[in-house]
Each structure stands twice: as C-alpha cells, then as structure tokens.
Design a protein around this ligand. Structure first.
Ligand code: FE
Ligand code: CA
Length: 530
C-alpha cells in the first residue's frame, strides 16, 4: 500500500512550463546571491540572532588556480524563529592566511536566498595559486566554525606532490562517519566524493542500523532538503568538509536507486522522474560547494567538469547517470540479451562523451584522472548453469561505449590515465585492458575503486562474492569489503593508493589502518602491489 505522499507524487501533473518558470525564478535568486552589488536593499541584514545559524557547518570546493567556492547554509529553525524564512539573508565571509584571522585578506557580503533554502555559495576570485586559506562566515554577532581550503597550482607549474582522498556511499543508517573523522585529520589538498552522498530511502535491516533517516522515501524538494539536513548534521562529515576543498559528483541515490536519465527504479513515468530529478538536483546544488551556471537549475544540470592541479593532475569529473540509456536486461547481474548488444546504448550521453574524448586527446598533465561512479574493469561472473553474467548497472552493461573509451585512451595516448570509482561498497584495484577476455591484451590504464564510508555496515575483508570475481577476472588484483576511504599520494613518478579501512562502523571512533597499498608508475599503465 502506497503512502498518501507517494500517491500525491505519482498523481502530480507534469509541466515543463512549470519547471522552466521555477528555473527562471531560481536564476534570479542565483544572480542575487552571486553579485554583491545587487544586494543592497534586497537582502535582510540580521543583527542579533537567538541561536547559531551555522549548525550545518562550512565547506569549500572546485578549487582553481585563483578561486574557490565557499559554502554554508543557514539553519531553518533560527530563521523561522526570527520570521525571516521568506527573506534573502545577508551573510558575510572572511578569508585569511592563518587560522587566527590576524590578517584578513578578503571580506565579502552575499545573499543567502530563500528560494535556495538559504544556502550561501561565494565564488571567491583573485586568490593566489597553490595556497592554503582559512575562511569563516558571519551574520550579526555570530561567526561560523573555520574552514581550511586550498587553491590549485597554476596549470603548468611543476608540483612535487599532491595528496587527496576519495570516498563514496555514506548511508547514514548503516554506520557512523568515523572514516571522515580520520580523513579530516589528514589535511588533504583535496577530497573527492564519487556519489551516494545521501540515500533516498532506507536500505538493509533496521535492526542492523545505528541511526534512522528522518522519513520515508524522498521525492520532492522539501524531502530532499530534509534528507541532506540529516546527513549534514553529522560532525565527522562537517569536519571533513572543513578540512579541505571537495570535488563532488553524484551517483544514483542522490535521486533514485539505479535511475537512468528519465527512467526511475519503479512506478514512475519519465515525467515524474524528471520532476523528482529537478528537486534532487536543486537540493544537491544547495548543499554542495559547487559552481552552477545561472539558468541551469531544473531537471537538466550538467555537472561534468575538469579541474587541474599544476602539471601533476587533471580530474575529469563524470556523470554516468543523467544521460545514460536504461540498463539492459534488468538492473542486476544478468546474462547478455539483445539490448545489451545494442551498440547505440550510452552511459555518458553524446555531449559528455565528445567533451571527454576531446579532452583525453589534448590532456597533458602527468596523471589524467577519470573521477566517476561505476566500475570500468569487467566483473563478469559465472552462473550456476555455467552461463556468463554481467552486472548491468556498471560499465559491463554498456560494453560498446566502454570499448570506445579504452580504444580512445590507447589511440590518443592520454598520459597515465587513472580511473577512480565508487558505487559498489568495496575496494578493488584493476588493470584496464583493451580486451578483458584476453589476459595478454594491452594495459591502457589503472582503476582504483574505493569502498563505502558506511553503506553495507561493518563489512568483512573477504567475501565469497569477492573471491569468485577475483577468480573470474584476472585483470582484477585486489578486493576488500571493509569500510573506509582511499588516500592517494601523487608525485611525477608514482601514483600511490592506500586503502584505509575501519574494523567497524557500527560503533563510533574505530581506529583506521592501511589494508593494502597499490601503485601505478608513471609511464607504466596498470596496478602493482606495493
Ligand atoms: Fe552506494
Ligand atoms: Ca550507487
């Protein structure tokens, strides 16, 4: 029996005009927030507040050589108490080269618009490259906690070392965000999140959960906002955001499990899924430190982008959900079917694919990273009747486009391509070979798959599932199914991935340790155990 809320959603009339009108209103709100000159008279200045409005913490992201996006969001309850829920709120930020703010280098005032849930995004420009900065927000007499961020080195500057972490899949119910507590202590140059930042509904047995979501499956803007509020209230997650700039992309659970473009998991028309996508994408923008081209809010939101860190690394951040063809033969592990062998099916969509393939041909950083959601290396398994099974939700389900990508890397000679991946709640290291059916085929790149922060609960080092897949897929070298993150150190000679794991996430405060280290040497594609 569907809840009333779910029925209302299914019966909601879809109107592209309505979405466009909503988009235009939001664009106006964005312009107001982004241009301080428009502010005077438009935003309300609060002088004294009844409580701390910065309970969701601070964040920064998408650093370039001269800019970074600073983020915060004002707590609803405080604005409600002041009768300011409908107003744009004036909010100031400060930037310094020290944690003490002795020397304030920049000060600015922007608006946190009501239409964007009083989220604040300040794109600060004119900063020095390759520099650590500290920032904080102020309203009246209240100051936020301090965040640490870092700009990128200029495109062709040689940098001796770059340290980053990547993470994914943080189902709030499944465990504590202890991994983030450890990550925050490492003061990385960058943290990359590969998706499943929130989960749209509950997964797993509630008796194994350590805490609860605030409600049932989410569908509208109010729901998505409430879900992000729940996740963002976590102090360990806040600490990780405050410790370094982030690059974020989304996977499926930011909208709906296993959705493909406008096709939902169940019981939804494409029109309804697009409505839901517009709400989910807007909430994602509101809660993340990202730039958004004005006028882009709505069901279509291109977030694929490129970020560069000196001559050492370039990140191609991908979106394998918004433009993909529907999963072939069903979402799960299945034998191949006619649809699976249709060469016109896509994961990236034509525009993103062209953008990526062009970039791979001209790439000139030492390490060229594809930061994306789903495993590229084949994970074929053998069923009980000896039949081949393919996981249809990952690149195995889109074999033609995967082959195009691998061929492209080979043909244009992209320097040191490395794929970093999330989604499957386990650690893997794999060689990207031109032909996964031929052990001797050319290796064109490396793939490092990072486990979940919490999704799946405590986990184990080895599972039957992992052991069978290692057996069937000789290009795959390592598997582990505990929780944690991958810490990477890059130099001009070496990519080093440390798989950091926790013994458990169902109790807070566990120690973290390096389970295994895999490296790739520059000029020698493929993974090697260190
Ligand atoms: Fe996940
Ligand atoms: Ca996923």
């Amino acid at each position: 029996m569907l809840s009333q809320q779910w029925q209302d959603y299914l019966n909601s009339p879809y109107s592209r005009r309505r979405l466009l009108q909503q988009g235009a209103r939001l664009s106006a709100a964005l312009a107001l927030g982004a241009v301080p000159g428009l502010l005077h008279g438009a935003a309300r200045r609060l002088t004294s507040l009844p409580a701390d409005p910065f309970t969701l913490g601070v964040a920064s992201g998408d650093p370039t050589a001269d800019s970074v996006v600073l983020w915060t969001r004002l707590a609803n309850e405080v604005l409600r108490e002041m009768g300011a829920e409908q107003d744009a709120i004036e909010i100031a930020y400060e930037i310094s080269d020290s944690e003490s703010f002795r020397n304030v280098l920049r000060r600015g005032v922007i608006a946190a618009p009501a239409e964007l849930g009083h989220s604040a995004h300040a794109e600060v420009r004119g900063l020095q490259s390759d520099m650590v900065y500290y920032y904080r927000w102020q309203i009246g007499d209240v100051t936020s906690t301090t965040g640490r961020t870092k700009t990128a080195a200029a495109a062709n500057v040689e940098i001796p070392q770059f340290r980053f972490a990547f993470a994914s899949c943080q189902q709030y119910e499944a465990g504590f965000f202890t991994a983030y507590q450890h990550m925050a202590e490492e003061d990385f140059d960058l943290i990359v999140h590969l998706g499943d930042y929130i989960y749209e509904r509950s997964y797993g047995q509630s008796e194994n959960h350590v805490r609860a979501h605030e409600g049932p499956e989410i569908r509208n803007l109010a729901d998505y906002r409430a879900r992000y509020n729940t996740y963002k209230s976590d102090p360990d997650l806040q600490a990780a955001h405050a410790s370094a700039p982030w690059i974020v992309t989304w996977d499926d659970h930011e909208v709906d499990n296993n959705y493909a473009a406008d096709i939902g998991e169940d019981d939804q028309t494409p029109e309804q899924l697009l409505m839901r996508r517009a709400a989910a994408y807007q909430a994602f923008y509101e809660f993340m430190p990202i730039r958004l081209p004005v006028g882009r809010l709505g069901p279509d939101m291109p977030i694929y982008r490129r970020l560069r860190f000196g001559n050492l690394a370039e990140f191609n951040v991908l979106d394998t959900r918004q433009y993909r063809s529907d999963q072939a033969c069903g979402d799960r592990r299945k034998p191949s079917c006619e649809e699976h062998r249709d060469s016109s099916r896509t994961l990236l969509g034509s525009a993103q694919k062209e953008w990526l393939f062009n970039g791979l041909a001209t790439a000139d950083a030492t390490w060229n990273v594809l930061a994306q959601q789903i495993m590229v290396a084949s994970l074929r398994s053998i069923g009980e009747l000896g039949e081949e099974l393919w996981p249809m939700d990952i690149w195995d389900g889109y074999p033609f486009e995967r082959q195009e990508l691998l061929d492209r890397l080979d043909q244009v000679g992209t320097p040191n391509p490395v794929v970093i991946t999330g989604d499957i709640h386990s650690n893997w290291a794999a060689n990207l070979q031109l032909d996964f059916d031929n052990e001797n085929s050319k290796i064109v790149g490396s793939e490092f798959v990072g486990t979940s922060i919490t999704s799946g609960g405590d986990g184990r080092d080895m599972t039957d599932y992992g052991a069978a897949l290692l057996d069937n897929n000789p290009h795959v070298k390592f598997y582990n199914s505990q929780r944690g993150y991958v810490s990477v150190i890059l130099t001009p000679e070496l990519w080093r991935s440390d798989y950091k794991v926790l013994p458990r996430v169902t109790e807070a405060g566990a120690e973290i340790s390096i389970r295994k280290t895999y490296v790739t040497e520059a000029g020698k594609p493929g993974v090697q155990e260190a």
